[in-house]
Design a protein. Structure first.
Length: 250
């Protein structure tokens, strides 16, 4: 793996942007993604020439029905998968040029994830769940916990830092997950159906939290099938049949 000095801006203390396009933290250029079916049948296209730019400080909803390609877009934007063709730049880095180890470092430094299923360690307290988001930063346990405590305060759960996540409500668990995504100050946060497992009251509270975090400078991309959720956000990108159908802002 190349040293940090060989990759300018790759291991910054805070999220970086694309030097070639100032302010852009995520850029997809003519991205396609095909999935090979079993038995030698033709490949199934999931993304068809997607172009998308997200700038620092934006709050974007990517909205589309089941099978539209939005989950594939999430995987590509999160460097969890590579495109079949086209280019993806995260914080100025072309991800196709990076090794597996460098992609892992990219995710650790530049991308925060929030999932519908929370993916928390139920036996751990909230503080350590959030601190786990810094495992690959080379920080001491004390430093990780100090930063985790600050992140929990940001999402309104400072008083629950020592409580096991198994004892929290669904809305509180999602707040812990949001704090974990925020703790490393990534270039952007990808939230995949963040209200999907929540009741109406908790869903509204999580959306309001995302809006508050964005107002304080966090770049957030929300993947959702719910047009009511998408309608609340200042920018909405519609995807259907693997293509961008519309890209509109308030």
């Amino acid at each position: 793996m190349r040293t940090p000095s060989a990759l300018p801006g790759f291991w910054p203390e805070a999220g970086g942007a694309d030097e070639t396009t100032p302010g852009v933290v995520l850029r997809l250029s003519a991205v396609t993604k095909d999935y090979q079916s079993a038995g030698g049948t033709p490949a199934v296209p999931a993304l068809r020439g997607v172009n998308l730019e997200v700038c620092a400080g934006e709050l974007v909803a990517v909205v589309g029905p089941s099978g539209s390609g939005k989950s594939t877009l999430l995987h590509i934007a999160g460097t969890l998968d590579l495109p079949t063709s086209g280019e993806v730049h995260v914080a100025g880095q072309n991800i196709s040029t990076l090794s597996d180890g460098e992609l892992s470092a990219m995710r650790a430094w530049h991308i925060g994830f929030v999932f519908q299923q929370f993916f928390l360690m139920e036996a751990e307290v909230s503080l350590d769940n959030v601190a786990d988001g810094l495992l690959y930063r080379g920080l001491t346990l004390k430093d990780r916990r100090e930063r985790a405590r600050v992140a929990l305060e940001r999402v309104g759960l400072g008083a629950k830092a020592s409580q096991k996540t198994s004892k929290l409500s669904g809305g509180e668990r999602q707040r812990v997950a949001v704090a974990r995504a925020l703790v490393g100050e990534p270039s952007y946060v990808l939230a995949d159906e963040p209200t999907g497992n929540l009741d109406t009251h908790s869903s509204t509270a999580i959306i309001e939290l995302l809006e508050e975090l964005n107002a304080s400078g966090t770049t957030i991309i929300v993947i959702t099938h719910n047009p009511e959720v998408a309608a609340r956000f200042p920018r909405r990108v519609g995807i259907r049949d693997g293509q961008i159908e519309y890209d509109e802002s308030n």
